[in-house]
Ligand binder design. Structure first.
Ligand code: FE2
Length: 376
């Protein structure tokens, strides 16, 4: 028996922040970062809330760690907040999810509502049951997976993404494309996740270049915000693949922005999953057939499967170049000797990453080493 669940209520468009006006006479905790507080976005949220006691916890840094989560739990318990508003990129939203979940477990309270307001179009965290928490002392990232982590409400306001600089727009946008493509070819893909992934890809390929070139274009920002959320719902159900498995490992080791690591890997991963060298000329893997479908959907020249996949790869490389995203680890400024020295460990960790389990082609260590060799 299969199930496709969407628990989060999604409000989108220019007036979507008005949903916050429904919150009145409540204790509210806003979980965010210091930039959001200084830039006045937190005040915009406060202005929408009616007669609420508001506490702002703005200490979230990229890759939230166990210490900040513990502090957030303490504040949440003291404030008796009934509503948490998570505001920011993936990190504040991931942190807020973990803070609520831990508080529920400690205090046995069930009715704390979580509103997620993303300010980048990338992680899709506003609609997923995942959160990644870091143990900095041990250098380990813990992926938390639980239905309880799903936000109750997501607010996709294009106005809030307008100020994202081009390089952030590029990296996070490539993360959206990677989420949708990995969910689409995942061994857990379904008709429902496919529909969302297809639409997310259609929107992202059209509107990411526009958002990058003209950040003030609200229509493009809105479409990318919607694409990010749809790709999030798709991978929340279908999961991801080897691209994310390796990106998590490289990101943790060399501190490459997550979307950028994905973008560097994506063409090589599509090639790997397509298995063109493993099969007879006319035999194609299921993944290759699905990439071909996407190439056709994007109106890329696709007279046969190989040509379609080749052009999809070419299109991604073209977009990456246009947005000044590095195409290799070397271009990222990574010390390649360091990569070579740690190759075994990187490959082993990538294989153990939870995302790798749903990759359409089962990788072995040598495959991962070859892939990393190609992107060096
Ligand atoms: Fe991602």
């Amino acid at each position: 028996m299969n199930i496709f669940k969407v628990k989060t209520e999604i409000y989108y468009g220019e007036d979507s922040m008005d949903k916050l006006k429904d919150i009145n006479n409540k204790n509210v905790m806003i979980v965010t970062d210091s930039f959001m507080e200084k830039s006045g976005v937190v005040d915009k949220i406060k202005d929408k809330l009616i007669n609420c006691n508001i506490i702002v916890f703005s200490e979230i840094l990229p890759d939230p760690d166990i210490e900040v989560i513990s502090k957030g739990v303490e504040i949440l318990i003291k404030s008796k907040a009934e509503i948490i508003i998570a505001l920011g990129g993936g990190s504040p939203i991931d942190a807020a999810k973990a803070i609520r979940e831990m508080t529920k477990n400690i205090n046995k309270v069930e009715n704390i509502k979580l509103f997620a307001i993303p300010t980048t179009s990338g992680t899709g965290s506003e609609a997923t049951m995942f959160s990644v928490i870091t143990d900095r002392k041990k250098g380990i990232k813990y992926p938390l997976v639980s239905e309880g982590l799903l936000p109750d409400v997501a607010i996709l306001s294009p106005e809030l993404v307008k100020s994202a600089p081009p390089s952030v727009t590029a990296d996070t946008g490539m993360d959206v494309i990677t989420h949708a493509l990995e969910a689409y070819v995942s061994v857990n893909a379904s008709d429902c996740s496919d529909a969302l992934a297809e639409k997310a890809l259609e929107l992202a390929f059209e509107y990411l270049p526009i958002s990058y070139k003209n950040g003030d274009n609200l229509k493009a920002r809105e479409k990318m915000h919607n694409a990010s959320c749809m790709a999030g719902i798709a991978f929340n159900s279908a999961s991801l693949g080897l691209n994310h498995g390796i990106a998590h490992t490289l990101g943790g080791k060399f501190h490459i922005p997550h979307g950028r690591a994905n973008a560097i890997l994506l063409p090589t991963i599509i090639e790997y999953n397509s298995c063109f060298n493993d099969n007879n000329y006319m035999e194609h893997s299921d993944a290759a057939k699905k990439y071909f479908k996407i190439a056709k959907l994007l109106n890329l020249p696709s007279s046969n499967v190989r040509i379609g996949v080749k052009n999809l790869i070419h299109e991604i490389e073209k977009m990456r170049k246009m947005m000044n995203i590095p195409s290799s680890l070397k271009e990222c400024g990574i010390d390649l000797n360091e990569v070579k020295l740690n190759m075994n460990e990187i490959a082993e960790k990538s294989l153990l990453d939870a995302c790798t389990a749903t990759n359409p082609k089962k990788p072995v260590k040598e495959d991962v080493i070859k892939i990393i060799g190609k992107i060096m």
